[in-house]
Design a binder for this molecule. Sequence first.
Ligand SMILES: Nc1ncnc2c1ncn2[C@@H]1O[C@H](COP(=O)(O)OP(=O)(O)O)[C@@H](O)[C@H]1O
Ligand SMILES: [Mg+2]
Length: 258
Amino acid sequence: MSSTPMIQLENVHKHFGPKQVLRGIDLSVAKGESMVIIGGSGTGKSVMLKCILGLLEPTTGTIHVDGEDVTHLRGRARKEVLTKFGMLFQGAALFDSLPVWENVAFGLIQGKGMNKKDAREIATEKLRRVGLSPDVGLLSPAELSGGMQKRVGLARAIASEPEIIFFDEPTTGLDPIMADVINDLIVECVKDLGATTLSITHDMASARKIADRIAMLYQGEIIWEGAKAEVDTSGNDYVDQFIHGRAHGPIQMELRKL
Ligand SMILES: Nc1ncnc2c1ncn2[C@@H]1O[C@H](COP(=O)(O)OP(=O)(O)O)[C@@H](O)[C@H]1O
Ligand SMILES: [Mg+2]
């Protein structure tokens, strides 16, 4: 009960000039838990993730990772924290100039200073874990289908066996069947590692598959949070509208006011 959360945000605000994107986020992710943040586009999901990663600095508020205040870390100390994280970016974000295996091995070589031979062995093993044969490792990412690119992105995210993995829209751009395959792989790989995960998505099928807990972000605030099983009976009109994909409801009314 009293164990330290793996990720904790307290009253995090992020403004860009006059634009208030995050308006007081409180969020706690326990060790080994899979938290999924749902919400429409432009609600601040990626900005929140970037604040935790240290790519953006919160305007006010604090962020703890495994008990350490990381809110304003820079340089070496920031790099140290980043070694705890694996990340699957929206759109996979692979380097086309490097073969697939080197994309997977990138963090091991650049971040951990591992020699190329050992890193290549691990990359090949991780590719196999996500269902890709060693010869795929020799291809350029540009030669792969969208589903294969996601697999490579997942292999890269798990390559260093991180304690925490972030998934930013892991199924965007995939057909529903391929999305389901990727969701299953995510669940399996996370279970293998016992990792804590924080995912953001607007795909409810994905959220239902990978979440232990779900939180909804709306206009820069967490407006609802609960166990996955509670999402259908939240009693929250915004959550209801979102999970059923209804055009009409409180979210639409807000849009009409603009
Ligand atoms: N570096 C930035 N400078 C100014 N505005 C930004 C910046 N990054 C994001 N925003 C704005 O913050 C809002 C939330 O963006 P984002 O977190 O990317 O949304 P999403 O929930 O779709 O991931 C958007 O209105 C976006 O234009
Ligand atoms: Mg985003």
